[in-house]
Structures are given as structure tokens and as C-alpha cells.
Design a protein around this ligand. Structure first.
Ligand code: NDP
Ligand code: 2IT
Length: 455
């Protein structure tokens, strides 16, 4: 396929400007390459130079985060917040605490977030932030001191109507609590400036479950469009954190069977399928004891542990025979070789709980095989969508019951599927959810940017 000339021109500019940001360039290329046929029909986007503008963050902060460890040594980390696009609402997106965090990774995540948030149909713009701080092996007191120092700078740049962070890798309920406490102390305001809060102090029911549940609901929508359902399906799941846990929970509720899980050390194969007891153990292991996934194989029969070989050219988790795959750990965890193994093993559905877990080669393999492939910005949008529901409840000072939030989440995932599917029919081929999601997400943001002038 020949690339649209406006897209080529902008990609060249973005590459020249940030040649050392591979993840950001990967995300930009994927989105822009979907837009060609739509841009041909809508010259106004080129006239108003929307692509150049949408690829440049409105604002990006980088700051020093000094803190004292338990031995009273001074530690210094780097903090970031990217306020990428506010055309359709206040900046919204998570905070990631992981040693790999850098400007490229956060810009890719914030860029994806713009179109994901647009797809949810809610009033939220795109942002992301975080730090190269590694919570692994730190005491609760160290995590608290780090979070307090991080918020002592971040609080200047965020508020409930301007920028509302939440969790991501390494940032869960514990971290959101420490961050919220410090914000409240500094500003003397009890407001919905963060989402993913505990229920007792302004959180929403279903927010912890929302990303994983949403990713399964999206898979159900893709299957439903072909008259199929998820019951009885064997599912590969990666990760063992928030998204993975609630993906597994929803799969079990719907009669499907998770057969793998992983962490950064290795992966487990549930040879007879994961049971609720095994899931409860994985939750206790990861959320309370903060241990390694290998412990599941020590505890249960018919659970096999495999260490991940650093630098290996493929990950054997993706070669296990299955019907569906729910990558729920991190970016680029499925490469071209893994995607070939997935397809050879019978996988017909890929629903991405993680952000950008598939490399461009893997995505091409799915599209060539025409399997049901839900890209992250569509399939994992349930998390941020439920964050927006938390914001709505905070603004009205009302808390909705579980079923009300869950039904809203289901409807949002249904609408995301419908809008991506319809856009794929108009501008690409029916069922190409990559093009469909990118186009449907982009148009609303682009039209809003044009309406608001050159700002
Ligand atoms: P958690 O920190 O709860 O869990 C992350 C999981 O992925 C852990 O099992 C972790 O292993 C593993 N992992 C992290 N980094 C790597 C790596 N470099 N290599 C191998 N394994 C890794 O994070 P979440 O579950 O919240 O996030 C998972 C993915 O979902 C991310 O891509 C995130 O951006 C995305 N996402 C999250 C949303 C949310 O609401 N939380 C919303 C939308 C997307 P270990 O235990 O060893 O650290
Ligand atoms: O990637 C994501 O969408 C998230 N980490 C959730 C963001 C949010 O604001 O809930």
C-alpha cells in the first residue's frame, strides 16, 4: 500500500524531531498509517495541519524526585507528566512507575491515550506520566516517601478540571492513596484529582476490574459480530497484575479458561486450566505478598513454571495452543515470531489489555490472517472509561452501585466496538479494528481541534 503523501511528510518531521524515541515513533506510525484513505476524503485536516499539531504534546514536564530510603540514603528519580491533548476534555491517563520509564515510553502512552479516550465517548483528553522509580523490593514507607516527593512537584500541574492521573504499571491502590493524601495536604482540597481511589474516599466500584473486564467484553463483541461466543474458549493471558487478574476473573465467570499468566521473571502454564482458587492465590501473591509468579507452580499440581530467557527471539507462552489471547503485561511483548506461533496454535481472537503489546510485525501477521484483533486503544479503554465514570460520580458527589457502573462499562465497550467496526467498513476493510479504532478516535479530536482554532 502506498503511503498518503501528507502522512509521509508528517512522519518525516516527527522522526527528524525525535529520532531517539522508538516507542513514540512506533505509536505515531501505527496511527498515521491508518488515516490515509480518510485524509484523502477530508482535505480539511491537512489544510489545518492537524497531524503536525496532534503529534506534538501541548506540554511536558520533567522533574527531580528526591527521597530518603529506609537507611536514610538520598535517592533521586526522574518524574514526568505529558499533557498531550486537551481538545475534548481535561488530560486523563495513568502514572507508570517502572525502571524502564523514559520520555519515549510516556509519549507513546500519552499519544495512544488521546485516541483511546476519544473512543470512550467521554469528555477526556490525553495524558500520561510516571517515573523510573522501581517499587519492587521497596518497603511501604519507602513507597510512601517516594509518592509524597513525586506529588510535591506534580501537584502544581494537575487539578480535577485540568489533568486527572490514575494508575498504570507499578501504580495501584497503595500508590494512589499516598499520592492523593499528599495532594490533599498541599492543596487543602478534597477533589477528584486522581482516579482509582479507594471506595471509602471517592473511588468507584468496578474501577479496579474495569480494564480486564472491558478487554473481555471487547473480545465478546468481536466474537458476537461473527455469531460466536467466548464460553468454552481456551485463553492465553500474560501479566499477573491488575489487568491480567480481572481479565482472568471475567473469563472464568463467562465459562472460558485462562491457561497462562506471567510476570517479568517467567510464565506459568495452567495445564488443566486456571481455577478460581488459583486466581485468588495469584491475587494474594501479587497484591499482598508482592511475590513471584513461580510460587503458583510450587503450590498447585499441574501448574508448570518457565523462566523467561532474556534476549530470546520468541516467548514460548504465545506458542501454547489456544483460541484467544489477552496480552496484559507491557509494550512489544508479542513480536513477529510470537504472532506466527499464536496463529499456528489456533488463536483467532487477540484482545489487548496492555498498551501496544504487539510489534508492527505482529499486527501485520494478525491483519494478514484476518483474525479478530482488538488493538489496545479499543480493547483496554474500559479502564479509563470507568475512570471518567469515577470523575462523574465525584463531581456529583454520588456513588453508583456495582451493576450500574458495570452496565455503563459494557455499553461503552459495545459502542467502541460498533464505532470502530463502522469506521473500518467505510475507510478500510470490514473488521480491521486497527484502522477503525484509529479513524474513529482521531476524527472527533481533529474536528474539535479545528473548531477551537490554532491553539
Ligand atoms: P501492574 O503493574 O498491575 O502489572 C503489570 C504486569 O506486567 C506484572 O505482572 C508485571 O510483572 C508485568 N510486566 C511489567 N513490565 C514488564 C516487562 N517489561 N516485561 C515483562 N513483564 C512485565 O500493571 P497493569 O496490570 O495495570 O498494566 C498492564 C498493562 O495494561 C500495561 O501495558 C498498562 O499500560 C496497560 N493498561 C492498564 C490499565 C489500568 O487501568 N491499570 C488501563 C489500560 C491499559 P512483575 O510482577 O514482575 O512486575
Ligand atoms: O492506559 C490506560 O488507559 C490507563 N492506565 C488508565 C488511565 C486512567 O486514567 O484510568
Amino acid at each position: 500500500m502506498t503511503r498518503n503523501s501528507y502522512v509521509s511528510e508528517v512522519l518525516d518531521k516527527v522522526r527528524a524531531r525525535d529520532p531517539h524515541q522508538p516507542e513514540f515513533l512506533q505509536a505515531v506510525e501505527e496511527v498515521l498509517d491508518s488515516l490515509g484513505s480518510m485524509l484523502d476524503k477530508h482535505p480539511e485536516y491537512q489544510k489545518h495541519r492537524v497531524l503536525e499539531r496532534v503529534c506534538e504534546p501541548e506540554r511536558a514536564f520533567q522533574f527531580r524526585v528526591p527521597w530518603l530510603d529506609d537507611k536514610n540514603n538520598v535517592q533521586v528519580n526522574r518524574g514526568f507528566r505529558i499533557q498531550f491533548n486537551s481538545a475534548i476534555g481535561p488530560y486523563k491517563g495513568g502514572l507508570r512507575f517502572h525502571p524502564s520509564v523514559n520520555l519515549s515510553i510516556l509519549k507513546f502512552l500519552a499519544f495512544e491515550q488521546i485516541f483511546k479516550n476519544s473512543l470512550t465517548g467521554q469528555m477526556i483528553g490525553g495524558g500520561k506520566g510516571g517515573s523510573d522509580f522501581d517499587p519492587k523490593g521497596k518497603s511501604d514507607a519507602e513507597v510512601m516517601r517516594f509518592c509524597q516527593s513525586f506529588m510535591s512537584e506534580l501537584f502544581r500541574h494537575i487539578n480535577a478540571d485540568c489533568d486527572v492521573p490514575a494508575g498504570d504499571i507499578g501504580v495501584g491502590g497503595r500508590e494512589i492513596g499516598f499520592l492523593f493524601g499528599q495532594y490533599k495536604r498541599l492543596k487543602n482540597e478534597f477533589v477528584g484529582v486522581l482516579t482509582g481511589k479507594s471506595l471509602e474516599w471517592g473511588g468507584s466500584l468496578v474501577r479496579p476490574e474495569a480494564t480486564g473486564y472491558g478487554s473481555v467484553y471487547f473480545a465478546c463483541e468481536m466474537l458476537g459480530a461473527k455469531g460466536q461466543n467466548i464460553s468454552g474458549k481456551k485463553c492465553l493471558v500474560s501479566g499477573s497484575g491488575n489487568v491480567s487478574q480481572f481479565t482472568c476473573q471475567k473469563l472464568l465467570q463467562l465459562g472460558a479458561t485462562p491457561i497462562t499468566a506471567s510476570d517479568s521473571s517467567g510464565w506459568v502454564h495452567f495445564k488443566d486450566g486456571m481455577t478460581n482458587e488459583m486466581l485468588n492465590e495469584m491475587m494474594a501473591l501479587k497484591n499482598v505478598r508482592r511475590g513471584r509468579i513461580s510460587e503458583l507452580a510450587d503450590k498447585f499440581k499441574n501448574v508448570e513454571y518457565h523462566e523467561t530467557k532474556k534476549g530470546a527471539d520468541h516467548n514460548p507462552l504465545w506458542a501454547v495452543k489456544a483460541d484467544c489471547a489477552f496480552p496484559s503485561a507491557t509494550q512489544n511483548e508479542i513480536n513477529g515470531a510470537d504472532a506466527k506461533n499464536l496463529l499456528a496454535g489456533g488463536v483467532k481472537v487477540v484482545s489487548e489489555g496492555a498498551n501496544m503489546p504487539s510489534t508492527p510485525e505482529a499486527i501485520n501477521a494478525y491483519l494478514d490472517a484476518k483474525i479478530m484483533y482488538g488493538p489496545g486503544k479499543a480493547a483496554n479503554a474500559g479502564g479509563v472509561a470507568t475512570s471518567a465514570l469515577e470523575m462523574a460520580q465525584n463531581s456529583s458527589r454520588i456513588a453508583w452501585p456495582f451493576d450500574e457502573v458495570d452496565n455503563r462499562l459494557k455499553n461503552i465497550m459495545k459502542n467502541i466496538h460498533k464505532n470502530a467496526f463502522e469506521a473500518s467498513k467505510v475507510y478500510s476493510w470490514e473488521g480491521n479494528y486497527v484502522d477503525g479504532a484509529n479513524i474513529a478516535g482521531f476524527k472527533k479530536v481533529a474536528d474539535s481541534m479545528i473548531a477551537q482554532g490554532v491553539v
